[in-house]
Write a protein that binds this ligand. Structure first.
Ligand code: DOR
Ligand code: ZN
Length: 368
């Protein structure tokens, strides 16, 4: 098989930042996906309806002509009232909870033990707003996700009507929890699906693969692969969505002492995961992982944007740099996942299904 067409791929976890970085990175996602769920850990954070609507407009302006739907999130705050959430409801796909201090811009996150957290979880349950979670404790870094499982379990039992999305799962334990509670779902990133701690630091240190949660063991990766490929069960496979966690940081903020956590994978996210599914002859599972499951879990629909990939080698850019504005400080330079390496697949073209609409999309900037 040398050509596949994905129907309306969705990235259910992406970081776009703001300003020049946003203008630079949004097109990479907007060209290759029909929509994406956008994280609110910007500076300042997205914690009210007005900020959320303005942020959505900023993203839409950066999409130019691409057909692309940004699905918005709010940054979980214990100060939210039921009325405030009710007013936001139609514009919010999920509320993202960050435990305080565990990742980029999580200084405004919550203390999990704060009883006010549960007050807001109660409002969300009543209003049917899904909870998206960065599930890590502040313990030993390799055990943080495992330690957070007891919090997921407590919430899953206490709020059986609340949809809980375990973001960017990285461990076999998380796959277990996913299988135990009907109201728990998960996203998986391309890097956690394809790489291990060895890729990060087994040989030389690769700062561009440093992310939270950290890449884990071969056994953890095998559990994630079995999950997305449907080898555990069909039912479980339907609970997992692609969330790239594409998290751009400027090159100099990664290649330094105290480098930032985050993998910028938006340019090559789809080509990177395709071989795993093609080699095992799992194309229906790929379609479900990149789109259908998210539609069912979140109850969303999108334009019928088709993304065609060909089995064709390409060398990923060593870095991506661009002058986004007239000033000296508007040069943005980021290093993508798989920088300077050969990928076996590439996005060739995207279009909106002509049977359902007559509009033709502009070509992806990555397709030659
Ligand atoms: O590696 C990460 N980068 N993990 C996160 O949770 C946040 C993200 C970012 O915003 O940079
Ligand atoms: Zn993230």
């Amino acid at each position: 098989m040398d050509r596949i067409v994905l129907d309306s791929p969705l990235d259910m976890h992406v970081h776009f930042r703001t300003g020049n970085m946003l203008k630079f990175v949004v097109p990479y996602t907007a060209c290759n996906f029909a929509g994406a769920m956008v994280m609110p850990n910007t500076d300042p954070i997205i914690d009210n309806h007005y900020a959320l609507c303005r942020y959505r407009e900023e993203i839409k302006a950066a999409c130019k002509d691409a057909f692309f739907e940004p699905y918005m999130t709010l940054y979980f705050q214990t100060s939210y009232t039921r009325q405030m959430l009710e007013e936001c409801r139609q514009d919010v796909l999920a509320i993202k909870l960050y435990p305080r201090g565990i990742t980029t811009n999580s200084g405004h996150g919550v203390l999990i033990s704060d009883p006010e957290v549960e007050t807001v979880l109660g409002y969300m349950t009543e209003l049917g707003i899904p909870l998206s979670v960065h599930g890590e404790t502040d313990g030993y870094v390799m055990r943080r996700e495992r330690e957070f499982m007891r919090t997921y379990e407590r919430w899953a039992v206490k709020y059986p009507k609340l949809k809980i999305i375990m973001e960017h799962i990285s461990t076999a334990e998380a796959v277990n929890v996913l299988g135990t509670y009907p109201n728990v779902f998960a996203t998986v990133t391309p890097h956690h699906l394809l790489m291990t701690t060895d890729d990060l630091c087994g040989d030389m240190l690769r700062p561009h693969l440093f992310c939270k949660p950290l890449l884990k063991s071969p056994e953890d990766r095998a559990a994630l692969q079995a999950l997305v490929l449907g080898e555990l069960s069909d039912e479980l496979q339907r609970k997992v969505m692609l969330g790239t966690d594409s998290a751009p940081h400027a090159k100099n903020k990664k290649e330094c002492d105290c480098g930032c956590a985050g993998v910028f994978n938006a340019p090559y996210a789809l080509p990177s995961i395709v071989p795993l599914f093609v080699e095992k002859d799992k194309l229906p599972e790929l379609q479900r992982f990149v789109s259908d499951n998210a539609k069912a879990i979140y109850g969303i629909d999108t334009l019928p944007k088709m993304v065609e990939l060909h089995r064709e080698s390409q060398r990923a850019n060593a870095f991506l740099g661009h002058l986004v504005g007239p000033k000296d400080d508007s040069y943005v330079c980021v290093v993508p996942m798989y920088a300077d390496q050969i990928l076996r697949w590439r996005v060739r073209k995207t279009w909106v299904d002509p049977v359902r609409t007559k509009v033709v999309l502009p070509k992806s900037p990555l397709a030659k």
